[in-house]
Design a protein around this ligand. Structure first.
Ligand SMILES: Cc1ncc(COP(=O)(O)O)c(C=O)c1O
Length: 400
């Protein structure tokens, strides 16, 4: 039985074009890019060329690209960097985030505003609408940072980042977006007005792990999180990973160039997967309104199955997915995102399918068949199901 990988939101395989581009920098071109001699100069040339390629692919100035070691680090740098800047100016930081941010933003924001700062956590609806009243209160507080993820990693909801950033910009509020799950899946324009900081990571776009960048718009005040040498214009000191930067640049170029066609393909696969699952499991609950989600993530609640037994059975039959969270008896242990979206309404086991380059029409249809078989088998020895309530679509035009 061929294994089927449906966990691209967790990580992606490195593309051959990427490994090929990196190879010389893992071997003969080994110099430290800060060294003055020819070995160093060769490495520095490759590093700066990678920066230029990333800037060009993303439509931003190369000087606005700061290489870091992945999404967590970039998120932390944005949040703590803005908080530290505020403290240096003599005021406790005020930060606003959506309730469905990745923990790299959420926990950083909680820590950075403790004990004397102020944290606004903005509720989000299952249709990706941020609570308008709470948003306005947060904006009126003139936060040092408003951080809103572009596409959520657990349910795939796409927040209206460019629209809200433009509005925040008019009030002089600095906006950061975690675009880790957005790049290559939806159009991402970092140069759109109001976006001042943005996070990207290599390993979700078929690049190497522990690579990524923080986009920092020219003129945005940000303190470093770690100190040391002057690398990355002293914002992220430490000897740079030249091979990683070259691999990251290659991955960014490819994923940006292919985004339009790939998004259409992924949407088709996702729609089909959902239709197959729904046809066999009519009590399936979709987490996150499909019309408000990016094309690659499908998070569903399955009643009457024990999450742990379910995932083990799925693994045995060769299907790799993630547990969105393990929920039992109305509890939502494990997922702050599902808790924020559904509160105590939530029941059953949540499962996240995330599609990508390893998926075809054939293997995603086969995955649906295997999942349905497993649900039926596990239900036979699990608790009986109760009933889910569907969330209605919002009125047209109600999304900001
Ligand atoms: C939305 C989002 N932000 C940040 C991260 C963290 O990125 P990294 O694994 O590169 O540290 C992830 C990874 O799962 C993510 O999905």
């Amino acid at each position: 039985m061929d294994p089927i990988y449906l966990d691209h939101a967790a990580t992606t395989p490195v593309r051959p074009e990427v490994t090929e581009a990196m190879a010389p920098y893992l071997a003969e071109v080994f110099g430290n890019p800060s060294s003055q001699h020819r070995w160093g100069r060769k490495a520095a040339t490759a590093l700066e060329d990678a920066r230029t390629r990333v800037g060009t692919a993303l439509g931003v100035d190369r000087q606005e690209v700061y290489f870091v070691r992945g999404g967590t680090e970039a998120d932390n740098l944005a949040v703590f960097g803005r908080a530290q800047f505020a403290r240096r100016k003599g005021r406790p930081p005020v930060i606003a985030v959506s309730a469905i941010e990745h923990v790299a933003v959420l926990t950083a924001a909680e820590t950075a505003t403790t004990p004397d700062g102020d944290l606004h956590v903005l509720p989000v609806s299952p249709h990706a609408v941020i609570d308008e009243e709470r948003l306005q209160v947060a904006l009126d507080a003139k936060p040092d940072l408003l951080s809103l993820m572009w596409v959520n990693n657990e349910v795939g909801l796409e927040l209206a980042v460019p629209q809200i950033a433009a509005r925040a910009a008019e009030l002089g509020v600095c906006v950061h977006t975690d675009a880790v799950q957005a790049l290559g899946k939806v159009p991402v324009d970092l140069a759109s007005p109001g976006i001042q900081l943005a996070t990207l990571t290599g390993h979700k776009i078929y690049g190497p792990k522990s690579t990524g960048m923080l986009y920092k718009r020219r003129g945005t005040d940000l303190d470093p999180r770690i100190v040391g040498g002057g690398q990355e214009r002293a914002l992220r000191p430490g000897t740079q990973d030249v091979a990683g930067a070259v691999g990251f640049a290659t991955a960014v170029e490819l994923v940006v160039a292919e985004q339009g066609d790939e998004s259409v393909r992924l949407s088709r696969l996702k729609d089909r997967l959902l239709a197959d699952l729904r046809a066999a499991l009519p009590d399936l609950r979709v987490h996150g309104a499909p019309s408000a989600c990016g094309p690659h993530i499908l998070n569903v609640g399955i009643l009457g199955v024990d999450a742990e037994a379910f995932l083990i059975e799925l693994d045995i039959c060769g299907v790799a997915v993630s547990a969105g969270s393990a929920c039992g008896s109305g509890a939502h242990a494990g997922s702050h995102v599902l808790a924020a979206l559904y509160g105590d309404e939530l029941e059953g086991s949540a499962l996240r399918f995330s599609l990508g380059r390893l998926n075809t029409d054939e293997n995603s249809a086969e995955a649906a068949r295997r999942v349905i078989d497993v649900v039926k088998r596990v239900r036979a020895y699990s608790e009986p199901a109760s009933v889910f309530h569907e969330v209605p679509e919002p009125a047209p035009g109600s999304r900001p």
